[in-house]
Write a protein that binds this ligand. Structure first.
Ligand code: ADP
Ligand code: MG
Length: 273
């Protein structure tokens, strides 16, 4: 894998879409691993109680494993609970176990409840030079996702190339606009990734075109194909990059990571919308 340029400052991505099953986790882990394989230092924060990102990156997340819950609710430092992923050198993971499910409710009564992740991440980044952070969100717009939107500076939205793809996105955009207005002025939608693209269907091509029209500057040139290798990899505790490095799915994520690294935090067209 060719080495990738490091950004001037850490780029913190929230990978969000309140729809489940659109490829948030798959995109988080594969982009993170691809950037790490490119020689960069990367942190993945698993913010979903399902712990799918932890699984795919081959790290322990059985009930009781300390991770995101302890950081958000217990006030632990991220550095105390990150573990290296065997998927790539330079790739760290803050795991999530099912214990995190309680955090959505427990956060309601916590002081500065929407800033918990931001504070913990600032402390971590000050002591641990990191190029990229990916925060993998649960499929809801609750306090966990809100913490991610406050802690991040870039939003990455994976969009599945199917009917109604853009419908959920407008709800997400309203939330993002609220957050940028009230809680995080630095947050920008910089990246849209088209996932599960099936080149055989005309619908996929139509949806892709529609998304490119709507998010002209943000949508990456490359698309992630629908691929059995991509969906099989997590059951081996792997990303597709180590599971089948030569597959079309692996190549597409490497290319997408390269595009993200090379174009930097691109200007957005959000202002014009
Ligand atoms: P989310 O995190 O948004 O819920 P996931 O990343 O878990 O979505 O993806 C949902 C399902 O689709 C998973 O079973 C995953 O393995 C599968 N999947 C994701 N991307 C692809 C792809 N490009 N090709 C085939 N299956 C995929
Ligand atoms: Mg997920």
């Amino acid at each position: 894998v060719a080495s990738l340029p490091a950004p001037a400052a850490p780029r913190v991505f929230v990978v969000a879409n309140q729809k489940g099953g659109v490829g948030k986790t798959t995109t988080s882990v594969n982009l993170a691993a691809a950037l790490a394989l490119g020689g960069l230092s990367v942190l993945v924060i698993d913010l979903d109680p399902q712990g799918n990102a932890s699984t795919a990156l081959g790290v322990e997340h059985s009930p009781g494993t300390p991770g995101t819950y302890e950081v958000l609710i217990g006030g632990s430092a991220i550095a105390e609970h990150v573990v290296p992923s065997p998927e790539a050198p330079g790739l760290q993971v803050l795991p999530a176990s099912i214990d995190l499910a309680a955090a959505e409710i427990e956060l309601v009564s916590v002081v500065a409840r929407e800033n918990r992740l931001l504070r913990a991440l600032r402390t971590y980044l000050a002591g641990h030079p990191t190029d990229y952070v990916f925060i993998d969100c649960p499929p809801s717009l609750g306090l966990l996702t809100l913490n991610a939107l406050v802690a991040a500076n870039e939003i990455l939205i994976p969009i599945q190339c199917e009917y109604y793809a853009l419908e959920g996105v407008s709800q997400l955009m309203r939330t993002i606009n609220l957050v940028t207005g009230e809680l995080n002025q630095d947050l920008r939608l910089t990246t849209v990734v088209l996932t599960m693209f099936d080149a055989r269907t005309r619908l996929a091509a139509q949806v892709a075109q529609e998304v490119r029209t709507h998010f002209a500057a943000e949508t990456l040139p490359s698309v992630i194909p629908r691929s059995v290798r991509i969906s099989e990899a997590p059951s081996y505790g792997q990303t597709v990059l180590t599971y089948h490095p030569d597959s079309a799915g692996a190549v597409s994520y490497l290319k997408a990571a390269q595009e993200i690294a090379l174009r930097g935090a691109a200007p957005t067209t959000q202002e014009n919308r």
